[in-house]
Design a protein around this ligand. Structure first.
Ligand code: SF4
Length: 202
């Protein structure tokens, strides 16, 4: 069993915060263990909790559409969340729950070593960049700890506010250029990322 699989087994039986009490399943995340792109959402919802898989409800379908728009399928990227267990009634995760779960996402990043991390939503943005505001930094390229980042709104936001859909779609178009830059230039030498363009990633 790989280290990542062992980690996911520990997550599946974790009782380190109260979110374990109401979950059906913990949702560690899924994707290739060496994925170049890591998407980080906030936490599992109803369908994710039922199926033990991330982004399988309506927001997940929109994420799959977004991935297809840049020539990707979901099994080519790793998808995870800040907290691995569903907050009751889909409430926001509490600061203590996020801190209890922090070690797991940290270890996933260390094991997967993605080239680009795409944070989805404000809780995911705050996990990496606590001082930033999503309305100001979405769609911008950032660098931290040797990794490129692209903060975005959560796909679920498009389900509630129609005008958000085009904002997310436009931000998504920038991912191929960021990945190309990450492949070519170590983040320590990060240069401005060129304007979005259509390019094949794989
Ligand atoms: S949310 Fe994270 S810390 Fe809390 S029980 Fe689930 S896996 Fe453990």
């Amino acid at each position: 069993m790989s280290e990542l699989e062992e980690l996911h087994q520990r997550i599946a039986s974790c009782t380190d915060c109260d979110l374990c009490r109401n979950r059906t399943h913990a949702v560690p995340g899924e994707g290739p263990p060496n994925a170049e792109l890591l998407f980080v959402g906030e936490g599992p919802g109803f369908y994710e909790d039922q199926q033990a898989r991330p982004f399988v409800g309506p927001a997940g379908r929109f994420l799959e559409e977004l991935l297809a728009s840049i020539g990707l399928q979901r099994d080519q990227v790793f998808i995870a969340n800040v907290v691995k267990c569903r907050p009751p009634n889909n409430r926001d995760p509490l600061p203590g729950e996020i801190e209890s779960c922090r070690k797991y996402l940290q270890q996933q990043i260390e094991l997967i070593q993605p080239k680009v991390i795409i944070s989805l939503g404000r809780y995911s943005l705050a996990w990496f960049f606590p001082r930033d505001t999503i309305s100001k930094v979405h769609g911008q390229t950032k660098v931290k700890d040797g990794i490129y980042f692209m903060p975005m709104y959560h796909p679920a936001a498009a389900l509630h506010a129609g005008n958000m859909r085009s904002v997310i779609e436009e931000d998504f178009k920038k991912i191929p250029a960021v990945l190309k830059r990450a492949r070519e230039a170590p983040p320590a030498q990060a240069a401005p990322v060129p304007e979005p363009e259509q390019m094949r990633l794989f």
